[in-house]
Design a protein around this ligand. Sequence first.
Ligand code: ARG
Length: 475
Amino acid sequence: MLENFSTGRWRLFLEPGHPWVYSLYSMTDFSRYTVSIGYDRRLYHQDIAGSVAHAKMLAKQDIISKDDAAQITQGLETIEREIREEKFPWDPALEDLHMNIESRLHQLIGAAAGRLHTARSRNDQVAVDLRLYAKEVMSEIAKGLRGVQSALLELAGRHQNVVMPGYTHLQRAQPVLFAHHMLAYFEMFQRDIGRFQDCHRRTDVMPLGSGALAGVAYQTDREFLAAELGFSRISQNSMDAVSDRDFVVEFLAAASVCMMHFSRMSEELVLWSSSEFGFIRLADEFTTGSSIMPQKRNPDFAELARGKTGRVYGDLMGMLTMLKGLPLTYNRDLQEDKEGFFDAADTLTTTLEVFQAMLPGMKLNEERVSGLAGESQMLATDLADYLVGKGMPFREAHGIMRELSQHCDDRNVGLQDLPLEEYKKFSDHFERDVYDITAESSAAARDNPGGTAPGRVAAALEEARKILEVAGDGF
Ligand code: ARG
């Protein structure tokens, strides 16, 4: 084994006479351990864009000839096409994406290929690739989140004044508008978008020109590279730039919070679609039957979103743990930044697709939810407020309603069915108008900013629509 490890096979494909080529491309049985091509190839577009910009900059600065730059660019365009058309000869022996592309470039254009890596290292190269990719993914995610928000607004508008039971401790608590409930998720996703926007801002920093760690010994133009690649600014410290993966951690943290929101919503969809709740019916395509129980409509998509949240948390933990012991600057551990990042990005983007498709087809059982919202125990707070309206201190009113609720429970009658004389036994403040208290009046009474009164909810809905209008499908 050891012998195999040290002998290996040699792959010579770059300009002969460069000794580093030999060590870099020696292949051994253990080389599988270091290979990243299986997953980093998905950065090919960003890698090629970075190389094209780099070649252009090198020529502009007279570091390489215009002719070499033109050949390099042409070769890279061919490579991009080959990859897109799945004709590219990926070779695991070449370890990673960068080496695969450089080697192919050498095959295609010969000696000029060897000039591309002037004033560059794979360390700043991979950093630029990942930043470019992360920026794109975050824009995609923002778009998906906007889509989910707009589905929520559509649902809220469709059932705008329907009351439903609101819960605390998963016990029925007070009536709320269904639209208010949907708008709660709108708020969560609004914050998620803010987190991705924030992360995007810190990712939008161009690291090329940092070289391996210390900068490069050529008069490069980093601002030019930033402009070419669509970055807002350049990194300020080469050592930081090649070893910083904060943006990946931030991305994973934002993705974790966002998945947590989807997971909570999923939990509600699971509960609501059970026969016990019977609040909603999900479209057939988002439920599955059971192979044995014909009556089943399992909410698998919501369950899976809830379940997949765990793996995104895992991606975050893996990343934080991988980073915590690394001395400056680049360490090969950093290659492990990609799979968790891609996994979280894929999990979140597919979850966004699912929810954008699933939410519009969700049918609310209006009768059921408003019926339950009107059940007497839901209105106990309102009856206490009623007594307060007649001059009683709230604490006292609360105590009376506690007894009254218990009284109704014991006799298995609703508050609405209790005769006025019975009410009077608890307080002579009770009059006929106690029967005017309904789920609707209860919701309408919560007429303060952020409350569930129909007017407030209508205004919140309007506000939310405006936010979407301004944002379009971006941040
Ligand atoms: N495949 C490597 C990574 O993803 C590229 C950078 C390699 N740099 C190095 N010094 N070996 O991190």
